[in-house]
Design a protein. Structure first.
Length: 151
């Protein structure tokens, strides 16, 4: 089973808390954290699907090396691109629909060429294996923020 599914389950369990905030942790609500995570998963997998594997250009870079080695994204060091920032406060129903889309999209990962890719704004081209690792790290990052909001 794909290791993203347990993380999706954790996100789903936090949907009832979508309105909760803690300004000491984040200016964003739990709902925003969930929505952003799902937008990232769905958007990236859509990019993998339409990519041309022949155009994949692997490049080493230090930020990718550090994040992938440590398995963590430093909090507050980077700003999300506008394309993955929620444009409105999502309802429980909208989050559940995005969650279902994420489950369906994750099932597609094994069907892609290994060099299907998406271009990350800091890490450059990530192939399917690297993308899955990034999605795990990114989702865990936002789950940790959610847990800290609830403390």
């Amino acid at each position: 089973m794909n290791s993203l599914f347990p993380l999706l389950h954790q996100l789903e369990n936090h949907i009832p808390n979508l309105d909760k905030t803690n300004s000491k942790v984040s200016n964003s609500s739990i709902g925003w954290q969930i929505d952003h995570s799902l937008i990232v998963i769905n958007g990236i997998i859509e990019q993998l699907e339409i990519s041309n594997p022949n155009e994949f250009q692997p490049k080493w870079n230090f930020p990718k090396f550090m994040v992938f080695t440590m398995g963590k994204i430093p909090r507050g060091k980077a700003k999300a691109p506008k394309v993955v920032i929620p444009t409105h406060v999502a309802t429980q129903e909208e989050l559940k629909a995005k969650l279902q889309a994420a489950k369906n999209n994750i099932l597609k990962l094994n069907s892609f060429s290994e060099n299907s890719f998406f271009k990350h704004p800091f890490f450059q081209d990530l192939n399917v294996k690297q993308t899955e690792k990034f999605l795990l790290i990114h989702t865990k990052h936002h789950l940790k923020i959610i847990e800290d909001i609830l403390k």
